[in-house]
Design a protein around this ligand. Sequence first.
Ligand SMILES: Cc1ncc(COP(=O)(O)O)c(C=O)c1O
Length: 464
Amino acid sequence: MTHPDNTDVAAVLKAAQDNLWLHFTRHGAYAGGEVPTIVRGEGAYIYDIHGKRYLDGLAGLFVVQAGHGRSELAEAAAKQAQELAFFPLWSYAHPKAAELAQRLAALTPGDLNRVFFTTGGGEAVETAWKLAKQYYKAVGKPGKHKVISRQIAYHGTPQGALSITGIPAFKLPFEPLVPGSVRVPNTNYYRADEISGVPGMTPEQYGRWAADRVARAIEMEGPDSVAAVFVEPVQNAGGCFPPPPGYFQRLREICDTYDVLLVSDEVICAFGRLGTMFGGQKFDYVPDIITCAKGLTSGYSPIGAMIAKEELFEPFKRDGVMFPHGYTFGGHPVSAAVALANLDIFEGEDLLGHVTRNEPVFRATLERLLDLPIVGDVRGSGYFWGIELVKDKTTKATFDEGESERLLRGFLSHALFEAGLYCRADDRGDPVIQLAPPLICGPKEFDEIESILRSVLTEAWNRL
Ligand SMILES: Cc1ncc(COP(=O)(O)O)c(C=O)c1O
């Protein structure tokens, strides 16, 4: 059987089944069936190998900000590949990396002016931790090496980034990991009573309480041993936890008090996901380091970056000193050119303004689902939303392991996809459905998302 564009469907499906090793995938689930295979995208939609259309409710993987099928990004890549396909940033520069670094420095809050390019987010996190360690050695505080991060937070898969990650199940197969990372509570206000043990806190009180757990962890570890705190502006894993009011301001104070670097891991949240370029502009804080990737090119070519404040670069200006760290493909010329073209789209189409204007509409559309008995909470920011599913709305009782398995893996993920919505049903924390569509979406797509979720969640409840 051949597809209209001459894809040999059976051959592709067989190759996917026989030779491809999918990421974070239970391959057993596809045994005897077929691996869902996406062949093209256009705007907010993707098409599978059989020609069926789906709304891309996750922008690929929080990546495709400007939407699929943008010829200007493809052209930027082709032009750069012809001019200079590759050169490393190891002791040499190339114009597109330099221009992109300058442009990012202008867009970040504060004086985060030094851009170290990677190929993705995990490498950016890894780079930030290594920088923090070497920086403190260089300024005469060699004991400062530990990091603090939040429960259930995902920060990537390299062994350092995985050590920072707060999801035990992802870490266990690879223990022992890099030592020196410590967990604190996250900002899940929906479950604030359970997490804090203090009933009825206001969001402000909970924000203060959660930020103060960082201070306590620093005290317990010993301030002379702690180098950095890694937090996302809105925590992804667990289902989009926004910071309660005052959280980041208190965290900034704590980091300043103890001379600990505040690392804002914006691999998902940067580049318009929240309606701003970076989380600091949304929640009014200036971190010491930003890690980012994904949306920087809208996924048309891979790149990531660690962006550090100028002070952290000072020791590396000295004669004979270097940061012995790098990636062959970090800051790849094609990716840098695509990133610049992508940032042009952000400006030309006012994507930030579009997300900011539509955020209340997206929220209100998803909140309509709160009339369903299975929907416990709708939370998020910008175009980044989580819907927490519960067994009992009054008690907030969640699903046990078996129910979660049957509901999320056995039914929901598949049923949503079948119904034409690609999104994520996730149980790294409590069961949630996550939505993060391309930033070009508007009320029409929000309604489509709501309508598919309504029918599939209603069916899920009936099956329970
Ligand atoms: C907050 C955060 N940090 C790091 C990463 C790892 O990025 P990558 O998969 O590009 O290595 C992710 C990936 O989703 C992420 O969400």
